[in-house]
Ligand binder design. Structure first.
Ligand code: TTP
Ligand code: MG
Length: 344
């Protein structure tokens, strides 16, 4: 039997904001749009404190404001969340290469081949993520992806849930059908019209009835999913094409010294990522975005693949030199590509 682990970060965008601004810890925080609740836009996520007021993802910001006017509203800073996400993914890949990267805050791992108990593996992951990012996650472990994803959601935040084979049916039975992966609002509505609201009710339908209503492929999927059966493999096409970092300055910058210092720091981080994930690179690209959002990139290719910080830095600065810094700079980024595995 397989052991599949699903990990999902807790209140991800809000948690990143609370970490970098500790005054926000314990307070209702709503992330969405430009952060101005009088403007158009929807909630990306809300801290658990804000969720007590009924605020959740996809709610209009104006509605969120009327539910909790004293909440702190912040704009989406996708780059900051992507940086934390990348740190988490590096930790997960160091556990096993059998990792499917699902989204910014979630992933599946196949831990079947690891000779340690599931609980122990989960605690190691939780601790590494906490140490590295200061954030918490919830983990679900089950014989397949479908159930592991349900499990990670059962005890949020900072939870750990293992679904044993003998408990599958009793756990699935009362759940609303929407909790099954692959059932969206449209199918939910069709099922409701048929008088089906829970997974248990869905499992009471004959295969023929499902195929009649939903076609052979999806009907077949629903039949098996409602019984907790899912053989789908992890999609572990994870080999990165590049490893990159970027920083948006708090204020647009004109100082070459400051830009250069930032590039040196980014290089250090990228080289650390490369070493952690056992890659060398041949091409180093620098990206500069100016205050008016004009963006230029310059690439430098090194004759041999390397993971030496001095060589990568030299190539990064050769690239930077070829950018005419004629305007204030808003963002600087650097990317190592044409990767080769160190152990290949
Ligand atoms: P989720 O994992 O669905 O939510 P979450 O991490 O904020 O909270 P939970 O503890 O329940 O897992 O989504 C991850 C991030 O994706 C979330 O922090 C913000 C973003 N997101 C949106 O921008 N819009 C959306 O509608 C959803 C659902 C998420
Ligand atoms: Mg999450």
């Amino acid at each position: 039997m397989r052991r599949i682990l699903h990990i999902d970060m807790d209140a991800f965008f809000a948690a990143v904001e609370q970490k970098r601004c500790p005054e926000l810890i314990g307070r209702p925080v709503v992330i969405g749009g430009s952060g101005d609740p009088t403007k158009r836009g929807v909630v990306a996520t809300a801290s658990y404190e804000a969720r007590k007021f009924g605020i959740h993802s996809a709610l209009p910001l104006k509605t969120a404001y009327s539910l909790c006017p004293r909440a702190v509203f912040l704009p989406v800073d996708y780059e900051a969340y992507a940086r934390e996400s990348q740190k988490v993914k590096i930790i997960l890949r160091s556990v096993t290469l059998a990792m499917e990267d699902v989204g910014i805050d979630e992933a599946f791992l196949d831990i079947s081949e690891i000779g340690k108990p599931s609980g122990e593996i989960s605690q190691l992951i939780k601790k590494a993520i906490k140490d590295e990012t200061g954030l918490t996650c919830s983990i679900g472990i089950a014989p397949n992806k479908l159930l592991a994803k349900i499990a990670s959601d059962m005890d949020k935040p900072d939870g750990l849930t293992v679904i044993m084979p003998e408990d599958i049916l009793s756990i699935l039975k009362p759940l609303p059908v929407r909790r099954l992966w692959g059932i969206g609002p449209k199918t939910e509505k069709s099922l409701k019209d048929m008088g089906i609201e829970t997974v248990g009710e869905l499992a009471s339908l004959q295969m023929e009835a499902l195929v009649d209503s939903f076609g052979p492929s999806y009907g077949n999927y629903l039949y098996h999913a409602s019984r907790g059966i899912d053989d789908s493999p992890l999609i572990t096409d994870w080999e990165p094409k590049s490893i990159s970092r970027e920083t948006t300055f708090q204020k647009d910058m004109a100082s070459w010294q400051f830009i250069a210092k930032t590039l040196a720091d980014l290089t250090k981080d990228v080289v650390t990522d490369m070493k952690d994930s056992s890659f060398k690179a041949r091409t180093v690209t620098v990206k500069v975005r100016f205050s008016d959002f004009e963006t230029v990139t310059r690439a430098t290719t090194i004759p041999h693949a390397t993971d030496r910080e001095d060589e990568i830095r030299k190539a990064a600065f050769a690239s930077l030199k070829r950018v005419e810094l004629k305007k204030r700079v808003r963002l600087i980024g650097m990317r190592a590509s044409h990767l080769e595995r160190t152990d290949a």
